[in-house]
Design a protein around this ligand. Structure first.
Ligand code: FES
Length: 116
C-alpha cells in the first residue's frame, strides 16, 4: 500500500530559489540532513549521508537517473534509493511537494519524527 500525504510530517525548506544546488542542496529537517536534487521529473530528496562511509551525496555527481557518491563512486537511484549490488545497499528517499507559493516541503515518515 502506498503511503498517503498524512503518513508524513512535512518540513518547509524554502523555495528552490533559496537553495544552493551543487548539484544537490543539503537541508536540515530537524536532526536529519537531506539532499534535494532537481531532476527532469521534479525535485527528489534522499538521505544526504552515504550509507557506505558518510560522504555528502549532495556533493556527488548527478546523472539523469541518479547520484554518484563523491568519495568512492557508489551510485544511487534518486527515485528509489537503490544503490550498488542490485539494490543490496539502499538509502532512504522522501517525497517533495511544492506549495502554491513556490515553497518546497519534504515529507519525513512520522515514525522518523520525535513528535510522531
Ligand atoms: S562514502 Fe559513499 S561510496 Fe564511500
Amino acid at each position: 500500500m502506498q503511503p498517503s500525504a498524512t503518513d508524513y510530517r512535512w518540513h518547509p525548506i524554502g523555495s528552490a530559489a533559496d537553495l544552493r544546488f551543487t548539484p544537490g542542496a543539503r537541508v536540515a529537517c530537524g536532526p536529519h540532513a537531506i539532499a534535494v536534487f532537481r531532476t527532469a521529473e521534479g525535485f527528489r530528496a534522499i538521505d544526504d549521508s552515504c550509507p557506505h562511509q558518510g560522504a555528502s551525496l549532495a556533493e556527488g555527481d548527478q546523472f539523469p537517473d541518479g547520484i554518484r557518491c563523491p568519495w568512492h563512486g557508489w551510485k544511487f537511484d534518486l527515485d528509489t534509493g537503490r544503490g550498488p549490488g542490485g539494490g543490496a545497499v539502499c538509502t532512504s528517499v522522501y517525497p517533495v511537494r511544492e506549495r502554491g507559493d513556490g515553497g518546497l516541503e519534504i515529507g519525513l515518515p512520522r515514525a522518523m519524527t520525535s513528535d510522531g
